[in-house]
Write a protein that binds this ligand. Sequence first.
Ligand code: IPM
Ligand code: MG
Length: 360
Amino acid sequence: MKYQIGFLPGDGVGPEVLAEGRRVLELCGRIFDCSFEITEGAIGGTAIDRYDSPLPPPTVDLCRASHAVLLGAVGDRKYDSLPAAKKPERGLLDLRTLLGNYANLRPVYVFDPLADSSNVRPEVVRGVDLVFVRELLGGVYFGTPRHRDNIRAVDTEVYTADEVRRVAKVAFALARSRRKKLTSVDKANVLETSILWRQTVAEVAQDYPDVTLENLYVDNCAMQLILKPKSFDVVVTNNLFGDILSDEAGVLAGSLGMLPSAAIGGFAALYEPVHGSAPDIAGKSQANPIGAIGSVGMMFEHSFKVPEAARRIQSAIAKALDNGYRTRDIYSEAASNQKLVTTRQMSDAICRYIEHPNEG
Ligand code: IPM
Ligand code: MG
């Protein structure tokens, strides 16, 4: 079977990191005998410049015909003054909706050699291995009414029980395949949507008696993530809380540039690094490609069902880090045996360890 892949580099560092993701995709395709056709499309600011739309019709058609979509990043300050419906970010939100991906998996894995790079103490972060399951198509991101004038603005948080149930099922199933602990995060002491969230998660829990369910308020969760990150296995939460907490968790991993993600549940999954377009370092070959490369690993696991490729990618990343390769975001001057490398050099090292898994 030949997979169709939509390839959307987007803005800022998106094209740089995605070029390295593509290399790994093609390399693992050859090694694991998986064939695909990669077709490039425009999204975000790049698409606004070319088509006057952040998700133009050719990109919609491309994604509709794809089995999986790999995306870099969207956004640039130069579009700040555009109305919300025309901003680069709208392209990404509309793409998630188009594909129907309601569950966003954001693993946070602390590679051992990076335990010292985190701003949180090494003994606290060493061994962290958790996954956020962020609801991606609902909540305040999409709720109506939504309105703004110069003296008053309104956003609306809406969730139906069905929306909560389907993402909760993904999270329970994932927890079942891991350490069997699920933390559901809400603000049920204040918000109606959170009360429904908590009730619905409790109902779904009946079908997963082997999984331990814990409920945390989001403010407490934000604190526990820094105090006791190893106490988490799978964390399920709404769209907004998931957005915020996953950036916070990037600190544990040493840099947001480390985090991959997969948005699943629709007809074609969407893979993208969690980090944004980072316009300040765009074009400087400084961006960390590991989030993008890890997202390709997730593609092999979830879309192509080739978990060996995902494991090979993961251990190649670990080896590159073990051998001291560091992009600027994870480089620490104090540590010895570190090589400050460019985006391309990091991916050179990772590709080498993918091809020669017994080296290093
Ligand atoms: C993310 C990003 C997006 C979000 C933006 C770019 C719309 O921050 O994927 O975390 O808020 O979902
Ligand atoms: Mg975010």
